[in-house]
Design a protein around this ligand. Structure first.
Ligand code: NDP
Length: 261
């Protein structure tokens, strides 16, 4: 299928993990892709996509900085024309007991996970309004936007904030052919989950690496497997497609049934 042949997609946190899997899916379906993240590795990730025949560029962009975000969308427009789809996916996590949770942890998490989503949505909406073509915004929240997990109040707050941004903006732009939706991945294999598995594992009961994931998969996820970036990419591609034209302001879990509310 080439559903996204004439579409330009921006994906923050696109150089690895979930963001890269989403990029690969859009590439398969013909989109022009702009990957953004803080490390120069983002340029290599874009080059690797181009080697497969995709149209892609990598842009170094810290989503917490307004000027960098504006420059990201400038680069996207220069390279491929108006942005049609913007996925706000960059995210960070730390796991701390409340007595060890610093203001620095709190501020950094809010800055990337929540303010970063705000800045990118603001910029993308301005561009989509200018192009007059409408557009799709997809914000990466988390299972923690449904049910805050232990030792991560800052992360849970940041992701619940993403749901609030999504709902409020969806109402504001509903008449402009722009939809805004959020996704809640559960346990998805990535570097972030490796960190979660290690630190939660140590804090929750001295699990060896991989054991916490195994325990959750066997005992908490009805489908009894961890998710992959591909699982998330399927949902994102649907939300970006014409089939999802009438869906906005929604928050959708992609987690094998881990959370059902
Ligand atoms: P990874 O840790 O593998 O990737 C995180 C991505 O975010 C990287 O591309 C990183 O870029 C980027 N990033 C971090 N800080 C910034 C910043 N300031 N500006 C721009 N980019 C930044 O995580 P995942 O792929 O697992 O997670 C992707 C999203 O999914 C996150 O929002 C996460 O919270 C969410 N999520 C993940 C789950 C999971 O189980 N994996 C579960 C629920 C939600 P760089 O490499 O340059 O540092």
């Amino acid at each position: 299928m080439n559903r996204f042949e004439s579409k330009t997609v921006v994906i923050t946190g696109g150089n690895r993990g979930i963001g890269l899997a989403v990029a690969e899916r859009f590439a398969l379906e013909g989109a022009s892709i702009v990957l953004a993240s803080v490390e120069p590795q983002v340029e290599e990730a874009a080059e690797a996509l181009c080697m497969t025949g995709a149209k892609a560029i990598g842009v170094i962009c810290d989503v917490t900085e307004r000027e960098a975000v504006a420059a990201l969308y400038d680069r996207a427009e220069e390279a491929f024309g108006a942005v049609d789809i913007s996925m706000q996916n960059a995210g960070i996590i730390t796991i701390r007991r409340i007595e060890d949770l610093s203001e620095r942890d709190w501020d950094a998490t809010m800055a990337v996970n929540t303010k970063g989503v705000f800045l990118c949505c603001q910029e993308a909406i301005a561009r989509m309004r200018k192009s007059g073509k409408g557009g799709r915004l997809i914000n990466t929240a988390s299972g923690q936007a449904r049910d805050g997990f232990i030792f991560t109040p800052h992360y849970a707050a940041s992701k619940m904030g993403v749901v609030g941004i999504t709902q409020s903006l969806a109402k504001e732009v509903a008449l402009e052919r722009i939809t805004v939706n959020a996704i809640c991945p559960g346990i998805i294999q990535s570097e972030m989950w490796d960190y979660n598995d290690k630190i939660w594992g140590e804090m929750l009961g001295d699990y060896a690496p991989g054991e916490l994931m195994k325990d959750w998969v066997e005992n908490k996820i009805p489908m009894k497997r961890a998710g992959t970036g591909k699982d998330v990419a399927g949902l994102v591609a649907f939300l970006a497609s014409e089939d999802a034209e009438y869906i906005t302001g929604q928050t959708i879990n992609v987690d094998g049934g881990l959370i059902m509310s």
